[in-house]
Design a protein around this ligand. Structure first.
Ligand code: COA
Length: 428
């Protein structure tokens, strides 16, 4: 196929026509340059749909000028899509991340065009999807057109994200700094949560880390462990010191021994340099990475994820604050289930006991109206806060309520106990 080499990003996206369904590369690989151009081009088009996960630096596409021209369809939200979702100007589709590639491959969700950001072609004429393979690999296999931003700053990565240059319909070259996420300064609460979770992690465990500061806090407490492995949906800088210190060896993994397996990476330039042409890190299709049958093949899988609210029966809300969509289902359940099925595995939900500077308890008698249950109370195992660890497995509702109140913030324990009696009819 002849590749159209474009002088501008606008020229590259101009092949998009009315009524198209578009997939955009997401996470830290969000092709900002092309999406900014799409925000201009879309004004001349009607009825475009933009499928996406969490996109970064895509504010131009949130403009009200685009209403009627382009609508976001989000499998995970971001800072720019959250306000649109809250006002009904975008759509949220709750879905396990592991199922997204199949949705595309089966044609159940047709896609016309993929907009992606890739590393420059190598001597074989092959580019890579760099730091984010997630569902973009599957999308690129089915779409009619691929528009690529070739960015010399995108690391060349190993795994499933290879894509021949001649698969592209139009390309635009530009050096563009990838979004950098400096490590968050860990406060006392987050560090205390990290220490509590670390008590559950043993030598030889295979780790999955979710989103936020808590994973970094946990990792900072694991410096004396040996032979940890990593099979995770995503990772960030917190892992690097443990790799450098020889704590993470991946030696004991049954699948991909010696290698870190991931679907995407988000962090600082140090992280992007680490993954660049590093055969010890494989970025694989998220259908495989998040497949419970694959996850459970490793022994001692420790899945560490977070939540917005947990009720006294153990239902975990992680994608919304009441009816307001905050993030997405992502891979939380994929890994909670995979870890539970793994021999010696541990499914961990770690969260601060309060929100809004201590004004609200995150452990609540019942979830807020409209809150989305991401991990059900039958799947949940460990809940960890800065006040301790509650193991809910094989616990009755009464035993759960008691264990959860014990790790709630002391300011809310009397109220929770009282509400437990009133709402659940349980006297502790
Ligand atoms: N009520 C009201 N507001 C709440 C709240 C509650 N119960 N819980 C949290 N918030 C607010 C916080 O105060 C914070 O607001 P701020 O940004 O103004 O400070 C905001 O919501 C985010 O909370 P925080 O705890 O900082 O979120 P996080 O960045 O640690 O992410 C999840 C937590 C649950 C949103 C995130 O882990 C997630 O999206 N999970 C679902 C997907 C997943 O687990 N994937 C796993 C594989 S990667």
């Amino acid at each position: 196929m002849t590749v159209r080499i474009c002088d501008s990003a606008l020229e590259a996206v101009s092949i998009i026509e009315d009524n198209e369904v578009i997939w955009t590369h997401s996470m830290a690989a969000t092709p900002r340059v092309l999406l900014d151009a799409l925000a201009k081009h879309a004004k001349t088009r009607q009825n475009l749909t933009l499928l996406q996960l969490h996109t970064e630096r895509s504010d131009s596409l949130a403009s009200p000028d685009l209403f009627g021209h382009l609508r976001h369809r989000c499998f995970f939200s971001s800072a720019s899509t959250r306000p649109l979702l809250a006002k009904g100007n975008a759509d949220y589709v709750p879905m396990f991340l592991s199922e997204l590639p199949l949705l595309f491959r089966s044609g159940e969700q047709p896609i016309d065009t993929a907009i992606i950001q890739v590393s420059p072609p190598d001597k074989h004429g092959v580019c890579t999807m760099g730091i984010s393979v997630e569902a973009t690999n599957a999308a690129c296999l089915v779409v009619k057109k691929i528009i690529a931003h070739i960015n010399p700053k995108m690391p060349k990565t190993h795994g499933d994200g290879f894509i021949p240059y001649d698969r592209f319909h139009s390309v635009y070259w530009q050096d563009d700094q990838l979004p950098l996420h400096p490590q968050i300064e860990l406060d006392d609460v987050t560090l205390a949560i990290g220490k509590n979770v670390a008590q559950l992690i043993n030598d030889g465990d295979c780790l999955q880390m979710g989103i936020g500061a808590i994973p970094d806090a946990v990792l900072s407490c694991l410096t004396d462990r040996k032979d940890l492995g990593v099979h995770t949906e995503m990772f960030s800088d917190g892992l690097l010191d443990l790799v450098d210190a020889g704590v993470i060896t991946n030696r004991l993994k049954r699948t991909h021994p010696g290698k870190i397996v991931t679907g995407f990476a988000v962090g600082t330039q140090r992280l992007y340099d680490f993954v660049d042409d590093n055969p010890q890190v494989v970025f694989l299709d998220i259908e495989y990475v998040n497949d419970t049958a694959i996850i459970k093949r490793n022994d001692n899988v420790a899945a560490i994820n977070s939540a917005l609210q947990v009720d006294l029966s153990g239902q975990v809300c992680a994608d919304s604050i009441g009816t307001t969509i905050y993030s997405g289902v992502g891979g939380q359940m994929d890994f909670i289930r995979g870890a539970s099925l793994s021999k010696g595995g541990k499914a961990i939900i770690a969260l601060p006991s309060t929100a809004k500077h201590g004004q609200l308890s995150r452990i609540v008698p019942t979830l807020d109206a409209g809150a989305g249950v991401v991990t059900t109370r039958a799947h949940v195992q460990y809940i960890v806060t800065e006040f301790g660890i509650a193991n809910l497995r094989n616990k009755s509702l009464k035993e759960r309520a008691k264990a959860l109140i014990e790790i709630s913030h002391p300011d809310f324990r009397i109220e929770l106990t009282e509400n437990c009696r009133k709402i659940w009819g349980i006297t502790l």
